[in-house]
Ligand binder design. Sequence first.
Ligand SMILES: Cc1cc2nc3c(=O)[nH]c(=O)nc-3n(C[C@H](O)[C@H](O)[C@H](O)COP(=O)(O)OP(=O)(O)OC[C@H]3O[C@@H](n4cnc5c(N)ncnc54)[C@H](O)[C@@H]3O)c2cc1C
Length: 391
Amino acid sequence: MAKKVIFIGGGASNLIASILLKKKYPFLDVLLIEKNSQLGRKLKATGSGRCNIAPISDDISLFYNQQFVKDTIGEIPVKNQLEVLKTLGIVTKEIKGVGYYPISESASNVVNLLQNQLDTLGIRYLLNTKVIDYSIKDKYIKLDNNDILSFDYLIFGIGGSSYSSLGGEDTLSNVFKSHGYKFNPQTPVLTPIKVKENVHRLFGIRLECQVTLRENNKFVYQEKGEAQFRKDGLSGIVILNISRFIDENKKYVLEINPFIGKTHNLSKEQLKELYRYNKNFLLSILPTSLVEYGLSRLDINKDDIKENQLDIIYDYFSKITFNVSKLFPLEYATVSRGGIDVNQIKDTFESKIEDNVYFLGEIIDVDGPCGGYSLRFAISSSIIFADKFTL
Ligand SMILES: Cc1cc2nc3c(=O)[nH]c(=O)nc-3n(C[C@H](O)[C@H](O)[C@H](O)COP(=O)(O)OP(=O)(O)OC[C@H]3O[C@@H](n4cnc5c(N)ncnc54)[C@H](O)[C@@H]3O)c2cc1C
C-alpha cells in the first residue's frame, strides 16, 4: 500500500513542499488539510497582492535564529530558490532594490498556479478542515469534525498566529506542548508601533526618512525608508523592521530624521542656504502638518522664522523623538515570532522529538525583515525538506 503523507496547512510552505515531494515520489498518497475555505489565503495577500517572493540578498544574518537558518537553508542561494519556483511554473523578476516578484505581480496567480500543480499531480486536499490532535503511537490525526485519518508521515506547515483576518491562529501549540515540544510564545513582529505622544494631527503623513531606535540612550538599530503616521503611532516598512528589535519590557524612543532618507541627505549648511532663499524653506522638505507640529513644540512662529532659530530648528527636526508605548498586537503583525523551538528540528526539518514528523515555514521560531525574507524561509524550508526526504 502507498505510504500516506499528510500535510497540515495549505499555505506557502506546504503547497510547495507537497508538490515537490509528489514529483519526487509519485507513488506516495499525499493529502493536504487546510482549515480555511481556500488554499494560500495569506500567500494571496503578500506584497500587497503582488507577492514579494524572495529578497534580493542572500544575507542570512538578518534572520532571527540565524544560526539555525544558516545550518538549514543557508546552502540554497536565492537564485536556486527562484529556479525551483520556475519548475512549478512561477517565473520571477527582480525589482531593483526591493526584491523578487512573479512577473505577473499577482499573488493570487501564484496560488492558482500551485493549486493547478496539486490537481495535475493528483494531490488531494480538504478545505474547511482543522486538525485538532495527533497520535504518533497510533499514527492518526483527529479532525474538528471528529474524523480520524491514519498517516505514515506528518508535515506541519501551519504558519504563525499573526493576521487573524487572513486565518492566522494558534491552533496546535497546546498539542505540541503535550507531545514534549518547547513552543515559544508567539508575539507580533513586523508590526506598527504605538507611541505615547499625541500624533493624531500627523495621521496620513508618509515620510522618507532615517529612523533610529534607542533604548535608554543606547543605539539599537537604524534604517532608512518610508515611515507612515497612523492616528496613534507609526507604520511603514522601516517601522515594521524596527519592531523586530523591541522588547516590550524595555523603554525605547524612535528618532525620526527627515533630512536624511534613501533619496536625500541635507546638511545644516544646506538648510541655512535654503533659508536665505525662502524663509518657509521647511515646506520644501516636510509636510505642512509636520512643520506645524514641530514648530509649535519649539514655540516658533512658522511665518516668522528668525535666522538665529535655525540651529534649534535643525536640531529638533533632525531628531524628532517619539516614546514607544507598545507594539500593535498580533492581528496587525505581518508575521509572528515564536513557535516550535529551533533546537528541536534537524537540518532535514524533521522533528528531533518524534519520528516521521516535520515542521516547515513560519511555525518554526524564525523570522526575517520585510522584503521577501518570510517567504524565502518558508519556500526554502520546503525545498530542503523535499530534497532530503527519504522513505
Ligand atoms: C498581509 C501580509 C503580507 C505579507 N507579505 C509578505 C511578502 O510580501 N513577502 C514575504 O516574504 N512574506 C510576506 N508575508 C509573510 C508570509 O505570508 C508568511 O510568512 C508565509 O505565508 C508563511 O508560510 P507558511 O506556509 O509557513 O504559513 P501560512 O502561509 O500562514 O500557511 C499556514 C496554513 O495553515 C493553516 N492551518 C493552521 N493551523 C491549521 C490546522 N490545525 N489545521 C489545518 N490547517 C491549519 C492556516 O489556515 C494557513 O492557511 C506577509 C504576511 C501578511 C499577513
